[in-house]
Write a new protein. Structure first.
Length: 328
């Protein structure tokens, strides 16, 4: 039985990864400190004999008893509403946290997969974005704490691969959606669906001409799984290349939710990317992977999940109290 450590296990993608590896017969050790993760995402796993949970901050030394075959590092704030409130923790988990886990992988002779992001491309001047594009990132802008944490994460991972011969994998994750997303995490899909469910107008930033490409979570998890088991150590884009403008997407949400809200416009945030579309040529060739779930089907499943939330969850304006982390 393969033993797998998954950090950020109580998060959106982390919890789905726990499910996937348990379903294929692995013993999973989940790790999270619940800064942005939610225990309810993994409640269904606590009675599973093939699941162990450790509450821990990976920016502190990480100790795991016994052997490890794989480590998947998914611990990190991932939405602007979070990393703008806890910028130092965001930088630390991408740097110190990654360093700790690479050291653990070296000690255990384990293969490690690092969760990077399309944000390493910044506000891209190349479209669509392929893995050989170096990006256009404002290092000192408010979003730079996340972008640069992930760029450093990639650099130190490759340094461990080259210097120590560590088996490493790097996935660049593009916009992903599905059940277990936080309704109020600041990203466009939960934001639109939450506003629709509350009877509020849908807020579009800028003129809505900026584009995004949305990948359903099942497709994303499959791509990550295939990359982990591949023999490729360089970054690979995993995302859905079907692009849509935010303005058109708002209209789709209004139609899906059968609401009568209108779209309202606000100023575009600093350094908000105007285009985001993955070139997945490498993933197709290397992993024989491409998305299978179309946006209409995925959005129906996601909306049904959000409709099942309690009234308290639907109207809660803040997901977490970050006050205890501000000075760390």
């Amino acid at each position: 039985m393969k033993r797998v450590l998954i950090t950020g296990a109580a998060g959106f993608l982390g919890s789905h990864l726990c499910d996937r590896f348990i379903n294929v017969g692995c013993y999973v050790i989940g790790m999270d400190n619940f800064i942005t993760g939610d225990r309810k995402n993994i409640n269904h796993l606590f009675d599973n004999s093939n699941f162990q949970f450790i509450e821990h901050d990976v920016t502190e030394f990480v100790k795991i008893e016994g052997d490890l075959d794989y480590i998947l590092h998914f611990a990190s704030p991932a939405s602007p509403i979070d990393y703008l409130k806890i910028p130092i923790q965001t930088l630390k988990v991408g740097s110190l946290g990654t360093h700790n886990l690479l050291g653990l992988a070296k000690a255990k002779k384990a293969r490690i997969l690092i969760a990077s992001t399309s944000e390493v491309y910044g506000d891209p001047l190349v479209h669509p974005q392929s893995e050989d594009y170096y990006g256009n990132v404002n290092t000192i802008g408010p979003r730079g704490v996340y972008d640069e944490a992930k760029r450093f994460q990639e650099s130190i991972t490759m340094a461990y691969h080259r210097f120590h011969g560590l088996e490493t994998r790097i996935v660049r994750i593009f916009n992903t959606y599905g059940p277990r997303m936080r309704l109020n995490d600041g990203r466009v899909i939960p934001a639109f669906m939450g506003q629709a469910l509350r009877g509020e107008d849908l807020t579009v930033f800028g003129d809505g001409s900026q584009t995004r490409s949305f990948c359903y979570v099942d497709d994303q998890i499959e791509g990550i799984y295939r990359l982990l088991l591949s023999d490729y150590q360089y970054p690979v884009n995993i995302g859905n290349p079907h692009e849509i403008s935010i303005r058109d997407f708002a209209d789709e949400i209004i139609k899906l939710t059968e609401t009568s809200q209108k779209v309202v416009y606000e100023d575009l945030p600093i350094d908000d990317p105007m285009q985001r579309q993955p070139d997945i040529t490498l993933a197709k060739k290397l992993l024989n992977w491409e998305p299978k779930v179309d946006r209409a089907e995925g959005m129906r499943k996601t909306f049904n999940y959000f409709k099942g939330l309690t009234r308290e969850e639907l109207y809660k304006s803040e997901h977490k109290d970050f006050s205890s982390y501000i000075n760390k």
